[in-house]
Write a protein that binds this ligand. Sequence first.
Ligand code: HMG
Ligand code: MG
Length: 299
Amino acid sequence: GLPARVTVHEVGPRDGLQNEAAIVPVEVKAEFVARLARAGLTRIETTSFVHPKWVPQLADAAELLDLVEPVPGVRYPVLVPNERGLDRALERGVTEIAIFGSATETFARRNLNQGVESQFDMFAPVVGRALDHGLRVRAYLSMCFGDPWEGAVPVPQVVRAGMRLLDLGCFELSLGDTIGVGTPGHVAALLDAFAAAGAGPERLAVHFHDTYGQALANTLTALTKGVTVVDASAGGLGGCPYAESATGNLATEDLVWMLDGLGVETGVDLPSLVETSVWLAGRLGRPSVSRVVQALGSG
Ligand code: HMG
Ligand code: MG
């Protein structure tokens, strides 16, 4: 069966805007975040406290948080890779962070300048200190299905890395198909393997990039396996600048259209979300890639 309710973890301001060629003005970002909250999203991943030279698009993280008017009931997590990032986030009064690890050696080096093993040494004090400060800590794991340099990634390798992240004390692990190559059978096998290792669907989220058009099918498979938290990006923006061949995330509109049709509650108002993506597309100077935005947003 399907869950009665799904929580959408909106990553547009972070995953979406980190991959834009042009720098988006901080006021536009703040308005984007405010509009997402008005559309009913309750988890809005707002920015990253990463090295500003590694991701110049999000160098304005502190300034952006100053402009975001928190809406009661809405969470505004930010990415934090290391203790320097945590210090910056704590200075801004952040209450939820996400660390982001890699299942493969090549991507760990390219994205974090660490190996698979040493990334845990970087994350451990971040999670420890964050929990001491009462923060919620989410974990991402990238390259859970395929890696542009290493090819298909073995399920046991992914489960080993994912369990290490959960064991640090993270409340949730989001399984990233960073380059969008996964297919439903692979998703089912990975979720089964996590369950067998002790991490059931209540501790997992899914994060599908839609490069090969599989994100919605993969999401539906995860829902039938009991997952109830789904990452998506308004308008289908997104991609990691350090992952070759990555394109946008599953579009939030495409996800909400499917869930509305299935009678699965999300609390998201589709027309207001579509309007937001049309507005942002105007600011970015190109149309949204979301099929639902294209279908509904022309008016
Ligand atoms: P590094 O160069 O190894 O850093 O980068 P370092 O620790 O050697 O420090 C070098 C200098 O950088 C020092 O300054 C630090 O203070 C400074 P100096 O002493 O030389 O003056 N520094 C920082 N400054 C500001 N904020 C910081 C920070 N850290 C160090 N946080 C690092 C290592 C992890 C920082 C770097 O590799 C990095 O920023 N990587 C982030 C890359 C990234 O953001 N990628 C995209 C997000 S992941 C993603 O999109 C995938 C996901 O969506 C899931 C999926 O799709 O699979 C989540
Ligand atoms: Mg991503």
